[in-house]
Write a new protein. Structure first.
Length: 42
């Protein structure tokens, strides 16, 4: 988002990855990405 650099505007590809969200804040990014990498069991 050009007005607020802490917001990410999603296109169709990003929307499919990030739970269908149209926008999200950069602070949410680690949590959204983490959903795609399940924890390894020891």
């Amino acid at each position: 988002d050009p007005r607020n650099r802490n917001l990410v505007n999603c296109d169709d590809k990003l929307r499919s990855i990030f739970l269908g969200k149209n926008k999200f804040e950069l602070s949410e990014l680690p949590g959204l990405v983490k959903l795609h990498f399940p924890a390894k069991s020891k």
